[in-house]
Design a protein around this ligand. Sequence first.
Ligand code: RFL
Ligand code: PHB
Length: 389
Amino acid sequence: MRTQVAIIGGGPSGLLLSQLLHVHGISSVVLERKTRDYVLGRIRAGVLEKGLVDLMDQAGIGARMHQEGLLHQGTSIAYGNESFRVDLQHHAGRPLMVYGQTELTRDLYDARAKEELPTEFEVENVVLHDLETEAPSVSYEVHGESRTLNCDFIAGCDGFHGVSRRAIPDAVKTEYERTYPFGWLGVLSETPPVNHELIYANSDRGFALCSMRSETRSRYYIQCALSDSPSDWSDQAFWDELRRRIPEPQADQLITGPAIEKSIAPLRSFVCEPMQWGRLFLCGDAAHIVPPTGAKGLNTAASDVHYLFTGLRQYYEDGDANGINQYSQRALSRVWKVSRFSWWFSTLMHQFPDQQAFDRKIQLAELEFLRSSEAAQAAMAQNYVGLPY
Ligand code: RFL
Ligand code: PHB
């Protein structure tokens, strides 16, 4: 089989890249390790920056997102008995869109099916070949049958545990990593959200986040120990702990219900440099991970897709290789700024196991500064709604 761009990974990065290329007449094949239903069963991000919303529109599949997504003009931050709102529209001139990664991925898969774009599911033993030549290829197996995909370029969109990053020789790449000594226990429930906007709460008992997927479906998180497992937390224990961590007026109004999903995610900051090797380009979680505080994972995957798609378009439409040659440099410049923001917001909002009284005082002083300073809120809002591409 032959295509112009082989895309490894059928998560949001790979699907969005493929759809954008298709709109501009550039062919691609998506190779996905799991089934479509498995990919759609993962509950992950929920907040989209305008850059990602615009890319969905450019790909011609933004209609349901605009119809069902919720625009948020602000977000609340709580600590101790204090709570304040950061006005995103006022400070950064644009809102955020609340629309689940699951829905966005479903829209992308539906569009693929409608346009009959090629996807191979349940691929195994994916191996990348001849990356330093102008004729790379990917070999893989589907249900025991060996296949080869010849192409001009390979996009490694296969997430943190994928094979693409490992194809870059160790002597060439540097990996930067910070792990955090806690996780997030997340619950999805068919209940109305406790607040019409998100609440990020730093309490003495640990971080909590009130988010949502729609006006009838809520997503809540609490900081937990890395050694915890979801089965350690009954629904009742989760709701009781959430109530203790959020401001009293909201705790009193919280509507609870059965958890329809409950999972624990570890927190990690990770960046691989470079994001390009020969004809291989890494996109999204394959190249970098941010802790979820600030909802930047999916959005940073989208900015990579933008840089790569723009470069490939220039290459195929104008014969100009500048964009693809500068891909890694352009993407990393934004990735590091987003990594800084996600690290800062995580450090500000969580209780660290080795935290001393001094560290807590510094956190509270910074929160107080953020509450009272227009300049600090503007800096936060600009990062939170998304830095320009
Ligand atoms: P994905 O979504 O991991 O998709 C990669 C796809 O590649 C497939 N794959 C392979 N395919 C072929 N061959 C191989 N060898 C393969 N190895 C893997 C996988 O099956 C998968 O389908 O990466 P992508 O597309 O870059 O998208 C990135 C986002 O998914 C990610 O940044 C966010 O979901 C991160 N994230 C969150 N971000 C937020 O902004 N807000 C959140 O609340 C949030 N929650 C989360 C998250 C990530 C989590 N992970 C990674 C465990 C919660 C969790 C649990
Ligand atoms: C979510 O709704 O899953 C969510 C929202 C904001 C975050 C992280 C996760 O910062």
